[in-house]
Design a protein around this ligand. Structure first.
Ligand SMILES: Nc1ncnc2c1ncn2[C@@H]1O[C@H](COP(=O)(O)OP(=O)(O)OP(=O)(O)O)[C@@H](O)[C@H]1O
Length: 296
């Protein structure tokens, strides 16, 4: 079932078109990503989605939300770099937000792993803890949909991974998630489907693997052979398009079930591919092919 349907969304700031004819839909229970470089129009899109900005044109349908009040109940929003007063304690922030919805914060602190920080000032939290709190604040109204904007920007790799796990837990609890990001790795790891957006336009919408396959299903294998062999045995395989050497390493490019075909052919010669690495095209490659630009 579709819970969000955006059709031909358009938003200008003065003469600058920030969002140009954007359409996508989000199914219940999905983590739907909006991935694109800085300035692509991602934040403007989700601000329109959450009723914080009025679009110039286009329609936005949120299942069950016919007015602003019902939208507020259905959708929880965490906006980019939302700051709280330094001297607000974690529990005070949660209670304050809960009061907006006439609710209590329940076990949210525990769910986001901040129980021990309940009496800590916002200003004393680490980047990752601030982000955990902002997820808790987006969830405090018990929403069916959570919109999370650039959640892991500025976090170290461990804090980023912890936040990803938390987002997955939230989804497992039945919340549909719209995730704005400019990190390819984050989109690949978390999103069921995503819209690639560039200069205000959606350039493609699909699963991460579908987007990559759209561009290129070529893979590259790198390995060190355990002994000498003739490269011709690999060139003869229908899966292989190219074989080259880089020092001691053999690099094989091809399609289909390339790892299986190559290891089998080598095994027949008594050769083991050691330090075997498989490199596949990434979302970055897909973005580059679709827009002529790199994501990062
Ligand atoms: N309030 C505003 N007034 C004027 N221009 C704006 C405003 N907000 C955004 N813009 C411009 O609109 C374009 C889209 O901005 P938006 O913040 O939606 O992009 P984004 O993809 O979220 O980028 P980022 O990842 O950098 O936040 C940018 O060129 C930005 O400079």
């Amino acid at each position: 079932m579709k819970v969000i349907e955006v059709t031909n969304l358009h938003k200008r700031y003065g003469t600058h078109v920030a969002v140009d004819d954007v359409s996508f839909s989000v199914a219940e229970g999905e983590i739907f990503g909006i991935l694109g470089p800085n300035g692509a129009g991602k934040t403007t899109t989700v601000e329109c989605l959450s009723g914080l900005r009025e679009p110039d044109r286009g329609t936005i349908k949120i299942a069950g939300a016919d007015d602003r009040d019902s939208l507020k109940r259905i959708m929880g929003v965490q906006l980019q770099s939302a700051e709280l007063p330094e001297k607000l304690k974690v529990w005070e922030a949660l209670d304050l937000y809960a009061s907006f919805y006439g609710r209590t914060s329940g076990d949210l602190l525990e769910r986001v792993g901040l129980t021990e920080k309940r009496d800590t000032y916002f200003g004393k939290l680490s980047g990752g803890q601030k982000q955990r709190l902002s997820i808790a604040l987006a969830l405090v109204g018990g929403p069916r949909i959570a919109v999370l904007d650039e959640l892991t920007t500025g976090l170290d790799p461990q804090a980023r991974r912890d936040t990803w796990e938390l987002i997955e837990q939230v989804r497992n609890d039945g919340v549909t998630i719209v995730l704005v990001t400019h990190f390819m790795e984050e989109a690949e790891r978390l999103c069921d489907r995503l819209a690639l957006i560039d200069a205000g336009r959606v350039v493609a919408t699909d699963t991460p693997s579908g987007l990559v396959a759209m561009v290129d299903d070529e893979q590259r294998l790198r390995f060190r052979p355990s002994g000498p062999f003739s490269e011709e045995i690999l060139r003869a395989l229908p899966e292989v398009t190219e074989v080259s050497r880089s020092g001691e390493q053999v690099v094989v490019t091809g399609t289909g079930n390339l790892p299986h075909a190559v290891t089998l052919a080598l095994a027949a010669e008594g050769v083991i591919p050691t330090d075997l690495r498989i490199e596949q095209a990434t979302l970055d490659d897909a973005f580059l092919a679709l827009t002529g630009r790199k994501l990062a």
